[in-house]
Design a protein around this ligand. Sequence first.
Ligand code: ZN
Length: 183
Amino acid sequence: MILPICVYGNPVLRRKSAEVSMEPAELKQLVSDMFETMYNANGVGLAAPQIGKSLRLFVIDSEPFKELYPEEETRKLAFVNPVITKRYGEEFAFNEGCLSLPDIHEDVMRPSTIEITYLDEDLQPHSETISGGVARIIQHEYDHIEGMVFTDHLSNLKKMILKRKLTDIASGKLHPAYKTKLK
Ligand code: ZN
């Protein structure tokens, strides 16, 4: 089922999410709905707060990054109760966008490598070191479950320049090709 995507201004995007503790069947359905919603909106990642659920859960599919990072293995994963335990490597800029912030694309600096522990959608535990494009997507989605969005990382000047665009999104003036939810 395709779900509406919460956009900037929706308070759920500012909440720190709670741990996932639902029935396995319910979790599987939610993960499947999140992938469907993400693909429908042409995203590479989607976090539970973006569909109105304040839960520590996100999905990613790095397939569209193949051209940009041909040396990287494509990853399609669900992260349940993830914890980024370490971030290191040289920070690099990448032009990020977000389904919750339609029409905004800005360079964001983030470290190249992360260490992360998480459960998959079958609740199996994993611990991995991930670099490059996939680490970029994960860090962006991880921000969402902490109540952050990527524009929080920008300079005050950049934020000021973006203020009107953000106000437009928050007042429902933007209409992307997918269904959105302001409240
Ligand atoms: Zn996002």
